[in-house]
Design a protein around this ligand. Structure first.
Ligand SMILES: Nc1ncnc2c1ncn2[C@@H]1O[C@H](COP(=O)(O)OP(=O)(O)OP(=O)(O)O)[C@@H](O)[C@H]1O
Length: 321
C-alpha cells in the first residue's frame, strides 16, 4: 500500500505537485494519468525518496522510504530506462544492483528470464534498443521481488509486441497480489491495463476512481441514425419527445434511448434507415475533456508552428521535455 497525504512540491514560484492525497492499493493495477507536465514524475520521485516534498507525506506500507531497511525488497521502480551504466552488460548491471541491496545472485538469472533478455545478458546495455532498455529497467524493478511496483511511462517508444508484453506483465503482477502503480499520458493505453485511475492536472487531483466508474461517468453513449428520409425521421423523433443532435453528413445522434427502441419507432412509421448504430465516445475524449483546462503545453494548430512552452520555470536539472 502507498499512501500520499497532502503531498506538495514547489520549484520556486511553480507548484509542480499540489496537495495530493490518495492511496494505491494492492491486487490491482492503478493507472496514474495526466497531460504532459501534470506532475506525475515529480510525484513518483517523491514516493521513492528521490525528491523531498515541500509539504505532505508519502508512506510505503506505513513507513517513509528512507525508513525501509531493504527498499528494493519493498518497492521496485522503473523511472528512466536510460538511467544505467551503458558500459556494463545487462547481467552485470543487475548483479551490481543485487549485490548492493543484499539480493541473491540467483535472482539476476530469474529476472533476465522473466523479461526475455537471457540471450543478450552479456551484451553491453549501451547497444540496447529502447525496448530492450525498458525490459532491463523492468528487470531491475523486479529484482528484489517487491510487493510494490512503480512504472513511469513504461510503454514509451515500444512496439506493439513490447506494449502487449508490459500490459500482461503488469496485470499478472497485480493478480499475484502486488501493488502496481503505472503512469501514462495515454488514456487509451490505461483503459486496457488499469483497474483504478488517479488523474492529475497541473499537480492537482482531478479523479480517483475505478476504471468502470470512470467509463460510466465520462464516456457518452448514443445511437447514430441515418435515413434517406431525414426530415421525416426528425419529425417522428420530435413527436416522440426525443432530443436529437444533428451531426455532420446528415447523421442524427440520440442520447438516452436504445437502438432497439429507435429502430422499432422508425419501423412503426415505415421509415427506411441506412444506419442505426450504438456508439460510445472514446475514453481518450473523456480524458481530454477532464484535463482540458490543465493542459500546460498546447501546440499550434498548424503542424509547422513551434509549440508555445513556458520555459521560464525550468531549471537546468529538468529532464528533456
Ligand atoms: N527540477 C525542476 N525544476 C523546475 N521545474 C520542474 C522541475 N521538475 C519538474 N518541474 C515542473 O513541474 C511540472 C511537472 O513535471 P513532471 O515531470 O512531474 O510532469 P509529468 O506529468 O511527469 O510530465 P510528462 O508526462 O511530460 O513526463 C512541470 O510543469 C515542470 O515545469
Amino acid at each position: 500500500m502507498i499512501e500520499l497525504e497532502g503531498l506538495t512540491k514547489r520549484y520556486g514560484e511553480k507548484t509542480a505537485v499540489n496537495n495530493l492525497t490518495f492511496s494505491v492499493r494492492p491486487g490491482i493495477v492503478t493507472g496514474f494519468l495526466g497531460p504532459n507536465g501534470a506532475g506525475k514524475s515529480t510525484t513518483m520521485r517523491m514516493m521513492l525518496g528521490l525528491d523531498n516534498p515541500s509539504a505532505g507525506t508519502v508512506r510505503i506500507d506505513g513507513k517513509h522510504y528512507a525508513q525501509l531497511r531493504n527498499p528494493l525488497k519493498y518497492i521496485g521502480a522503473l523511472l528512466d530506462a536510460k538511467a544505467m551504466h551503458g558500459g556494463r552488460s545487462a547481467y552485470n548491471h543487475l548483479l551490481c544492483l543485487a549485490q548492493s541491496n543484499g539480493i541473491a545472485r540467483s535472482r539476476v538469472d530469474e529476472v533476465l528470464d522473466t523479461v526475455g533478455l537471457t540471450a543478450v545478458a552479456k551484451k553491453k546495455a549501451k547497444g540496447f534498443s529502447l525496448g530492450m532498455g525498458q525490459r532491463l529497467g523492468i528487470a531491475g524493478a523486479l529484482l528484489g521481488d517487491p510487493k510494490i511496483l512503480m512504472f513511469d511511462e513504461p510503454v514509451n517508444g515500444l512496439d506493439p509486441e513490447g506494449i502487449h508484453w508490459i500490459r500482461n506483465l503488469m496485470k499478472s503482477l497485480a493478480s499475484a497480489g502486488r501493488t502496481v502503480f503505472v503512469s501514462s499520458h495515454l488514456m487509451s493505453e490505461m483503459a486496457l491495463t488499469a483497474d483504478h485511475l488517479v488523474v492529475i492536472g497541473q499537480g492537482r487531483l482531478l479523479a480517483d476512481t475505478s476504471m468502470a466508474d470512470f467509463i460510466r461517468e465520462n464516456s457518452r453513449s448514443y445511437v447514430r441514425l441515418r435515413s434517406p428520409e431525414r426530415e421525416r425521421l426528425l419529425d417522428v423523433l420530435h413527436e416522440a419527445g426525443i432530443t436529437v443532435v444533428e451531426a455532420g453528413n446528415g447523421t442524427l445522434e440520440v442520447d438516452g434511448h436504445s437502438s432497439e427502441e429507435l429502430g422499432e419507432l422508425a419501423g412503426r412509421h415505415q421509415l427506411v434507415l441506412h444506419e442505426l448504430s450504438p456508439q460510445q465516445a472514446s475514453l481518450e475524449e473523456a480524458f481530454m475533456q477532464l484535463t482540458a483546462e490543465s493542459v500546460e503545453y498546447h501546440a499550434h494548430s498548424e503542424a509547422t508552428a513551434a509549440p508555445q512552452w513556458d520555459t521560464s520555470q525550468w531549471d537546468t536539472n529538468r529532464k528533456g521535455a
